[in-house]
Design a protein. Sequence first.
Lengths: 273, 276
Amino acid sequence: MLLPGAIVTFLLILFALGLVLFLAFRNNDGSLLGTGFSLANVLTVVSDPLYWTVTLRSLIIAALVTLATVVTAYPVAYYLAFHAGRRRGLLLFLVTLPFWTSYLLRVFAWKIVLAYNGVLNSALIESGIWSEPTLAFLNTPAAVVVTLAHAYAPFAILPIYVALDTIPKSLIEAASDLGARPFTSFRRVVLPNSMPGVLAAALVVFVPTVGDYVTPALVGGPASTMIGTLIQAQFGKANDWPFGAALSVCVMLVILVVVLVARGADRRFGSRT
Amino acid sequence: MKAERISTKQDGRWLGLYVLAYLVFLYLPVLLIPLFSFNDSIQAAFPLQGFTLQWYATLHGNPALSGALENSLVIGVMAASGATLCGITVSYMDLYGRSPMAATISAIARLPILIPGVIVGISLLILVNLVGLGPSRIAIVLGHILVALPTTVVIMRSRFAAIPKTVREAALDLGASDWTTFRRVMLPLSLPAVLSAFMLAFLISFDEFIVVFFLAGTEPTLPLYIWSQLRFPRSLPTVMALGTVILAVSFVIAGTAEVLRHRGLGAVRRVPANPA
């Protein structure tokens, strides 16, 4: 019974990732696996300021999206855990439903909202707030942040909700019995105990956004090129697979660092409770 | 004490309003697609120009579209079958196999959550080229098994874990082999979750774009067809009509899967703190 899982995990995940790592240290000669051993790709990624700029931009955009989704999701998860009562099941279903709808369609929806002759511009003019349509919405990094934050919003609620829901009610009661005001008991008891959920939520939002290439292409414009866009181009138009593999390895390293930092933070919060 | 209780109740009311606003933010942009798909204008802009079904009529008799739909359905069923099979075996062996190998496989199976889709896509592109498949239907199926795997593993794992240990132990005590216990006891008890996992995996495959972009050969899937149409402003209304149909189907499948996921455990025991 281990066979199907073994094939998928070892061949499709580990071996395929190993291929990317291998290819990152090869020269591009147009063949599938390149030739020779070379550090040229990795050195280009590290030395060319263009890649620093794009990587930094991807990190900033992903960080902003993560911050926005987690901060806006927290009160929703809190309500679900402590106040929803009989409506909890329905609300949980409603916040997770968008998760199962097409990501492409959710991004496309923002394209028609933000376009020059789109929904937002026409609504603002129609209601008299604006006199002329503005180009300021579409093709900006801000559009990328808003679109990604909306697209990945459902990812953040569930981990936080689970963390909040598993806090023993006796802990909160003990805090209030000992005289803590509601806000104090939230800050000193509920929030620290929910940090593992917050960190898990931050990770599941951060990982897909930092490598995204669809949203920058549809609503971002040239000023919002992200690292995923560059990787996609290497395996498409630019046709330099080894260099694309080197970029991918760098992204995985960045994610590894973020995961380790989150782990460390998790442990710190864990030891406090 | 009394004052405090009133204040938390008021907190709840304010939070309730916030949750309502959040849901509006979550759904409003998506619901604009159906709204403008019935609008008699080529542009998605206010004011609305009147009701029309003409954009839905353009969906009919479009060979590129029906080809993409057929492709998506075939790939979705194959990928969902593969992902569900893997989800069942990986989580069952993780829970009851008691081997380090099973635990390792289960841990790696959840790894795709930590890999951006673009890297899953290119790593599989290299792999399928290496083994001589090239971008093809099979390549897409493999990619989607990978993307759906964490979901099916999580669903099946929580379902198997919810079946009381005594049920499995009773079967084993009565002389059933491990395999018989799995096939005659554990699997039938988990059938609703199997269906639920299958449907959600199908949905993931059906809607998936980021990975399929790298693995598709000459036959596009539905999301790839939509992507190819986004370049042409004149086909936007058609995309919105198609998007509306896809959204409706997704809502129905996801809703059914949600109901199934929580059904059927009552025969074994009442599940405490059932979230639905």
